[in-house]
Design a protein around this ligand. Structure first.
Ligand code: PMV
Length: 362
């Protein structure tokens, strides 16, 4: 599907007013997206588990503007957890500007965006994936009102496409429990433009895999993802890294099918450490792990060796640790966290999550 197929056909604004509320989850990448081209086209394909508990709920209210506002200027106000939040406006204005070409009806309306997250604001968990995805879905609900013939396939593809223009990884928060984004030779229909639900067999062990997020550092990210992705431009190891991501995704295909957790662990942990390795070897260089991140990783390795429980970790571009394990080991792993890992978490905080199904219209 080319970009042009996502341009809404007219400026039709036949709907007077309305509102839609969407809930969209966060996601955790197993093969990481790190490095991009123009317009959030990823430098390599990625795959993620969709989460269930960490999510954003966004109500998009719209009313037809009394007279057309400035061409290409979308009028909106943003409320976060009940409070007007002008500081969120520039990022959203930027988003509207980027998607205007595909949604030319936007400047015929005035919007109110009401958002809240299920996870604490300063938890070090980025809300851009869930937030941009929930907003994109709300916009597509309006577009579907304007064009009722739209089918579900187009609705979700374009939602993911718009979400990607807001924040790359947001395109993996729309639909499916395992989501691939970025063209891959062995994954049919995979696309750089939007995320797709992983199209092959998924072993039952992965359908309720657990992700417990140990909050080592709840502060603002030390390196924004925009800065981070740019560090891959001219990085001496960039090409090798991009090709490794293709190989890792290819090697995960049989793992997703047969549930080989040893192989899963090897690929997922190497991906996390490579992401951090890229940051440690870029110019300028960054160290995003904290001493407690390393302490937790060592504890996980020790636990795995002793108990033989297939528990592993992954990391985002920060110090928090995502512990991944099968649901049948939940009791023992949560005991282990309470007894041996909470001391490494800021204020003893951690968040229990698991694989979920994607967004929901409320
Ligand atoms: O979507 P962005 O631009 O915030 O980038 C996300 C990058 C990582 O979280 C580090 C990896 C990923 O694939 O989610």
């Amino acid at each position: 599907m080319s970009n042009d197929s996502f341009v809404a056909s007219s400026k039709n604004a036949s709907v007077e007013k309305g509102e839609f509320t969407w809930e969209a989850p966060s996601n955790i990448a197993l093969v990481k997206y790190w490095g991009k081209l123009e317009n959030q086209i990823p430098a390599n394909p990625s795959v993620s588990f969709t989460l269930s508990n960490c999510k954003t709920t966004t109500t998009l209210k719209f009313v037809k503007a009394s007279e057309y506002s400035l061409f290409n200027q979308v009028k909106f106000d943003v409320y976060f957890e009940g409070q007007q939040k002008d500081s969120f406006k520039p990022k959203i204005a930027d988003f509207f500007e980027r998607i205007y070409k595909y949604c030319p009806y936007l400047d015929s309306y005035e919007f109110e965006i009401h958002s809240e997250n299920s996870f604490p604001h300063s938890s070090g968990i980025a809300s851009s994936a869930s937030g941009m995805s929930a907003l994109a879905l709300g916009i597509m609900s309006l577009e579907k009102e304007l064009n009722p013939e739209m089918d579900d396939d187009y609705f979700y593809k374009k939602s993911s496409f718009l979400a990607r223009l807001g924040s790359g990884s947001a395109c993996r928060s729309v639909q499916g429990n395992l989501v691939v984004w970025g063209q891959h030779a062995e994954i049919e229909r995979s696309s750089n433009e939007y995320g797709i639900a992983y199209p092959y067999q998924i072993h039952p062990v992965f359908t309720d895999f657990q992700d417990t997020i140990l909050l080592v550092d709840k502060g603002q990210k030390q390196v924004s993802s925009t800065v981070g992705h740019n560090l891959m431009k001219g990085h001496p190891f960039a090409e090798a890294r991009f090709s490794q991501a293709h190989d890792n995704l290819k090697n995960l295909i049989p793992v997703f099918e047969n549930g080989d957790l040893d192989k899963f662990i090897e690929i997922v942990e190497r991906e996390a450490l490579t992401l951090h390795g890229m940051m440690m070897s870029s110019s300028p260089y960054f160290m995003l792990m904290k001493p407690n991140t390393l302490a937790i990783i060592n504890k996980i390795w020790e636990k795995r060796a002793v108990s033989k429980i297939p528990v592993c970790f992954t990391l985002d571009a920060g110090a928090n640790v995502h512990m991944l394990y099968p649901s049948q080991n939940k009791t023992e792993i949560l005991e282990f966290i309470k007894n041996e890992l909470v001391g490494y978490c800021e204020n003893g905080h951690y968040i229990c999550d698991e694989v979920g199904e994607g967004s929901k219209l409320l």
